[in-house]
Ligand binder design. Structure first.
Ligand SMILES: [Zn+2]
Length: 106
């Protein structure tokens, strides 16, 4: 997996427009079908964001800034994915500011 795949998957896969995480369906540890899509206030799937960023129609961390999200993303990539910090930071700074949550000013 190259760095860009972390954000963009292999093709036209959706990615969260807040943190860049790939969105999709998968099997959880017990083999159950699961997905990481966000939910709207009525519980319907919202395929723009992941469930960690957006749940039941609202951002889980509405106070999070762009810098905060970049820091969180670098932490995830260097931790879970064991990416060197310089590379993780470069990737996060290239990708996250372009995501819809951060590129559209309300
Ligand atoms: Zn997200």
């Amino acid at each position: 997996m190259t760095g860009a795949d972390i954000f963009h998957g292999t093709g036209d896969k959706l990615s969260c427009q807040s943190c860049g995480m790939p969105l999709g369906e998968f099997q959880d540890a017990s083999g159950q079908a699961a997905n990481n899509f966000a939910t709207n206030a009525d519980g319907a799937r919202n395929s723009e964001f992941c469930i960690f960023c957006y749940k039941s129609g609202a951002f889980t961390r509405p106070d999070l800034t762009l810098d905060g999200m970049i820091a969180k993303s670098v932490e995830n990539m260097t931790g879970e994915l064991r990416m060197p910090e310089a590379k993780a930071r470069e990737l996060a700074k290239n990708v996250i500011p372009k995501l819809r949550r951060w590129s559209v000013k309300a």
